[in-house]
Design a protein around this ligand. Structure first.
Ligand code: MIG
Length: 753
């Protein structure tokens, strides 16, 4: 296939905030979304109306630009885009002219057939992070990736593609940062200088436009903030979904589900969520219950609720072909399924047997799907697990001629899972009235954070997978997905008891803390690993519940700024080389204050890199100077977790579920430091959308070491806190009263240390 080049600028004009630049071959459209975000869309056609599954913002409208003999220049307060005329090339720099990202001057953007690629200059010290759920190293320099949502059974650290598509990365070089989001759902490609003699990086797709958003903010956190402004942020999750979640493929009957739930309560191991995997259904038919094994789902739900449990049930997209099955009959009658070009419904095999697949790209289909959840919500289910939505069918290769909406599979496959999650979220949110649904999806595209949490699919019970899983979680956080987790213990293969313990310790510091395993594997519940290990796992789960006030506030922060809960150190320390070393690349901040170092289960001593500043070991209070590598004990009883000096961490005493009342005391822990620090404390009812109308409790807690004072600002919001007292608990201070109790009233509180 010949290479078709972009050519020279023939003409250009601005109209309604869109700068249109024509060459013989193509048309480039440029518009500005904010001082730090500029969009470039290059196409030979521009036939279809502009649309996006990911982007929820509009450009600002008319902007200024300058023209010289060689170039057109757009200047925002933060960013300069210099558009070279002959040939047409796009070069981004900071407002004061420091290059951020420039087209390769020889090749720029070109086509081969329908495939469109942009070649970029590679800077000597350039690093790349992002692309969401991708295996490999934190620094993606020297590797290449493909986005093509895949049921990636048995993936490993070299597998690509996996389940999800996030065509967004951040580049770092010369002390500068930039971001680039290629909003194109076709199969897409990213090459970070893998095979180009260190000269170029490149990105592109099998079809569609070269349609990218360039982010020029300085600082990784600021770029994430901009990216999530553009593609949306998560909303507050139900508090119960942040508790411990117990899953298995499958608990085979209502009796078994209840037995497991009761065992948690009997053993006083905190938990909030039970799951039903595919076997709760009648012949794997979505929106049915097995009449024998789940004969009375309402009774089961009532018992679960009485124990303070919520239930999450799985739903797959494949609808069984069977006359008399409601979803099948309705889908056929209303023409709701994906089709072959001749109008026949596409048929593929999945769990139920021969299936049709809902066309989630259509409004009416999403509405139909969403409304069907009453089969689950009517009995009290409020969590919905969307699996197999890459979409997966046995044999994987759904023919490319299958049509969804007015588009064919190659164009929209990467967004199918997202549209299913959207249908699930929108439908259940409506049915549940003012209650928050919990939605979990395996396949996703950029922007999915608006609808759903995600998990990283079928991992394996090995140390390597535990560490890889952490990198996936951290990387998903760069691309706007804050609410994410892995199958604790590993989905396939049986972990050793030691690994199970270690993985649970890490689960405490994972946004979603869910234990799950494949059918036929050893049972995985906390009490299956011997008495000693059971106590260790119990202690970890208790630690999760103690930290919930901190974790919930971190989620709130994410709804406001898009910052993830689990943050690769590259977010806060982007130009600290050690952060990218393979032996430290799994380390992450969990919220603002905690640094966690994942460690293999058999390592009792480990090297941890502590960035600049002072740090305290959470478990022992031992103080370390940062900016160096420390060798610390890492026995199974004590995952290395460090607190940043000056940190403020709200905690509570252990409860058996998030619904339990607790002792009414909010513990405010402060670790001594030299700088003034702040923590935004957030609380609401954890269940409803009342927080959208003032029903929250928000106050800033600050620590001023010079004034020797901890203060709590006046309360904002109308929600009454569930705590009546605060207990101030000091760490690393030279004072005698390390713990004091105060009334938690809503006015300004100032406490002298
Ligand atoms: O073909 O529902 O990733 O979590 O337990 C396997 C059964 C289908 C794949 C999911 C896994 C789930 C399993 N599913």
């Amino acid at each position: 296939m010949e290479v078709e080049i972009l050519g020279n600028v023939k003409s250009f004009k601005q109209q309604g905030g869109l700068l249109t630049i024509k060459t013989i071959k193509a048309e480039a459209r440029v518009c500005v979304y904010s001082p730090t975000i500029i969009r470039v869309n290059i196409s030979r056609r521009h036939s279809a109306p502009d649309s996006s599954y990911a982007v929820i913002q509009q450009p600002i409208g008319k902007f200024e630009f300058d023209e010289s003999a060689d170039a057109i220049e757009i200047n925002t307060p933060a960013l300069k885009l210099s558009i070279n005329k002959s040939p047409l090339r796009f070069n981004f720099s900071t407002a004061d002219g420091k290059p951020l990202s420039e087209d390769d001057s020889r090749f720029g953007t070109n086509w081969q057939g329908e495939r469109v690629i942009t070649y970029r200059k590679l800077y000597a010290d350039e690093k790349f992070i992002g692309l969401g759920e991708k295996a490999g190293n934190l620094n993606r320099r020297g590797t290449s990736y493909v986005n093509w949502n895949t049921d990636a059974v048995d993936y490993n650290n070299k597998s690509d593609p996996l389940y999800k598509t996030f065509p967004f990365f951040i580049g770092l070089h010369s002390g500068l940062t930039y971001g680039l989001f290629l909003d194109n759902t076709h199969k897409s490609y990213f090459d970070f200088g893998a095979t180009t003699d260190d000269e170029m990086s490149w990105f592109g797709a099998d079809g569609g436009d070269m349609n990218y958003y360039f982010f020029g903010a300085q600082g990784v956190a600021k770029i994430i903030e901009d990216y999530t402004w553009l593609t949306g942020r998560m909303e507050m999750p139900p508090l119960w979904s942040l508790g411990y979640q117990q899953c298995r493929w499958s608990y085979m009957s209502a009796k078994e589900v209840l037995k497991i739930a009761k065992t948690f309560r009997k053993k006083k191991i905190p938990a909030d969520v039970m799951y039903c995997d595919i076997d709760y259904m009648e012949g794997f038919k979505i929106f049915t219950w097995n009449k024998k094994t789940f004969a009375n789902p309402r009774a089961m739900m009532n018992e679960l609720k009485a124990m303070g449990f919520h239930l999450v049930t799985i739903v797959d997209p494949g609808i069984k072909i069977e006359d008399g099955y409601k979803q099948y009959d309705e889908g056929v009658a209303n023409d709701y399924f994906a089709k072959y070009p001749d109008g026949e419904n596409y048929t593929g095999y999945v769990w139920p047997g021969r299936c049709h697949f809902p066309d989630f790209f259509r409004d009416d289909v999403r509405e139909w799907w969403g409304a069907a959840f009453t089969a689950l919500t009517d009995v009290g289910v409020d969590g919905f697990w969307n699996d197999m939505n890459e979409p997966a069918a046995w044999g994987q290769n759904i023919p490319w001629m299958v049509k969804f909406g007015d588009k064919y599979m190659p164009e929209v496959r990467n967004a199918y899972g997202m549209q299913m999650a959207r249908a699930t979220y929108e439908g259940t949110r409506k049915i549940l009235n003012n209650k928050r649904p919990f939605v979990l999806t395996r396949a996703a595209y950029a922007g999915t954070q608006r609808y759903s949490a995600v998990w990283t699919g079928d991992n394996t019970g090995t140390d390597e997978h535990m560490l890889l899983g952490q990198r996936l979680v951290n990387s998903l956080g760069i691309t706007g997905i804050s609410f994410t987790g892995v199958d604790i213990g590993g989905f396939s293969a049986n972990p050793t008891p030691e690994l199970m313990v270690r993985w649970n310790s890490l689960g405490v510091y994972t946004p979603m803390f869910r234990n799950h395993a494949i059918q036929g594997s050893k049972m995985r519940e906390p009490w299956e690993w011997g008495d000693v290990n059971e106590q260790l796992i119990k202690k970890d789960i208790e630690q999760r519940y103690k930290l919930l006030p901190y974790i919930y506030s971190a989620f709130h922060q994410s709804t406001q700024t898009g910052l993830p809960i689990s943050r690769t150190l590259a977010i806060e320390y982007p130009f600290d080389e050690k952060v990218y070393f393979e032996r430290f690349q799994n380390q992450f901040m969990f919220g603002d204050a905690l640094l966690v170092s994942p460690v293999e289960s058999d390592k009792v001593k480990t090297d941890v890199y502590l960035p600049n500043g002072d740090w305290y070991r959470l478990s022992t209070g031992e103080k370390h100077k940062g900016g160096k590598i420390v060798n610390v004990a890492s026995p199974l009883t004590d995952l290395p977790v460090f607190v940043k000096a000056g940190a403020i961490i709200p905690m509570q005493s252990v409860t058996q579920s998030t619904a339990a009342k607790g002792d009414g005391i909010l513990q405010i822990h402060v670790w001594n430091g030299k700088e003034t620090t702040e923590f935004v404390y957030y609380e609401d009812d954890g269940l409803s959308y009342d927080y959208e109308h003032g029903g929250y409790y928000n106050r800033t807690i600050s620590f001023d070491p010079k004034k020797k004072q901890v203060s709590l600002s006046e309360v904002e919001g109308t929600f009454p806190s569930k705590y009546q007292q605060i207990s101030l608990e000091l760490h690393g201070f030279e004072v005698s009263m390390k713990k004091r109790l105060f009334d938690f009233d809503s006015g300004l509180i100032e406490i002298k240390i």
